[in-house]
Ligand binder design. Structure first.
Ligand code: CP
Length: 351
């Protein structure tokens, strides 16, 4: 089952087709309808944009929507480790939960963040991969421990909307935040911009590198698509001539699962807040952030409310990008079922 796990799983030409379709939908084109088909959306973590935009996309496509939330009176706590002795909090294993949901819906979308307790578990993307393995239907990643591909698709569409050239300078910068945050957004952002063939700069203080496997993937994408990847902690060099400043905070790999160590490490990094002085060093750059964002912590009011910010268009594009994505997923299922219907099936009648 194909589904949608990372953006870079798709050939660049296919991403470009989805982006073009998203922008047609944004301009008022009608989506195809798949009446009688069902989409499940299952959230293990909070969401505003993803939840609302998937609901709205399902409506545009004529889909039945099965919406599930963990916690409180939501779905049972789900175990994803094989061989686990389930005598603690989790009442159900992903093997059953995924397989059962796969009998109710045609496509299942899941949000399951990194726990930031065990790096091994987060690098395995254990819960998301449990659903991908056992659902028996295509699974769409609505943000996992490692990736946020729907955000990346919308971000690519946003740069097309604002006619940002392919070889423009794209700066992904770390920002201070009171809490250690997962790597899904920066991982996907780095790979999206390198796959788009941009001159990408990863700007971060010492101690805030992304995982080596992600950097290797981004380097390969840059090479394959005619772009570059530079890593620096020099703000002046990074911002010079930049067309995009994309801010995000993320946890230190060296402090994974140790929040007190992380707090101490970032104590002197509060000036990593994007303000107008950053933006004035660029070449009239657009400011991007996936949202939600902490004002005057990650980014100053003057940037979010100023001429640089495109964050609201960026968020709107989640709807159009996901409508395009789901349309292609359901169209692909439809083609497969037509192929099956055409192949001769031995008819067994009761005697
Ligand atoms: N950017 C994003 O995924 O927003 P939500 O967490 O609100 O869905």
């Amino acid at each position: 089952m194909k589904g949608f796990y990372t953006l870079q799983d798709l050939p660049t030409a296919d991403v470009e087709k989805l982006v073009a379709r998203a922008l047609h939908l944004r301009a008022g084109a009608s989506a195809r309808r798949f009446d009688g088909k069902a989409l499940g959306i299952l959230f293990f973590n909070p969401s505003l944009r993803t939840q609302a935009s998937f609901q709205r996309a399902a409506g545009k496509l004529g889909l039945d929507l099965v919406q599930l939330q963990s916690g409180g009176n939501g779905v049972w706590g789900i175990e994803c480790e094989d061989g686990a002795v389930m005598d603690a909090g989790n009442a159900e294993h992903v093997r059953e939960a995924a397989a059962v949901l796969g009998r109710f819906v045609d496509v299942l979308a899941v949000r399951a963040f990194a726990g930031i307790q065990s790096l091994d578990r987060d690098l395995r993307d254990a819960l998301m991969n449990g659903f991908r393995t056992h659902a028996g239907v295509p699974v769409v990643n609505m943000e996992s421990a490692l990736w946020h591909p729907c955000q990346a698709l919308a971000d690519w569409a946003t740069m097309e909307l604002f006619e940002v050239p392919k070889r423009a300078k794209f700066v992904l910068t770390w920002a201070w935040h009171p809490k250690p945050l997962p790597h899904a957004v920066p991982n996907s952002t780095l790979c999206m911009a390198t796959q788009r063939g941009m001159d990408v700069v990863l700007l971060r203080p010492e101690g805030y590198d992304l995982h080596e496997s992600i950097l290797a993937e981004a380097r390969a994408l840059a090479q394959a698509n005619g772009g570059t990847l530079t890593i620096t902690s020099d703000r002046e060099v990074a911002l010079k001539d930049a067309s995009i400043v994309y801010a995000k905070s993320w946890a230190s790999l060296g402090c994974w699962g140790k929040p007190e160590a992380e707090t101490a490490q970032r104590a002197n990094l509060r000036d990593w807040c994007v303000d107008a002085s950053w933006m004035r060093r660029t070449d009239h750059a657009r400011f991007m952030h996936c949202l939600p964002v902490r004002r005057n912590v990650v980014v100053a009011d003057e940037v979010l409310d100023g001429p640089w910010s495109v964050v609201i268009d960026q968020a709107e594009n989640r709807l159009h990008a996901q409508t395009a994505l789901l349309e292609s997923q359901f169209a692909s299922l439809e083609r497969k079922s037509q192929i099956r219907a055409k192949s001769p099936v031995p008819l067994e009648l009761p005697q």
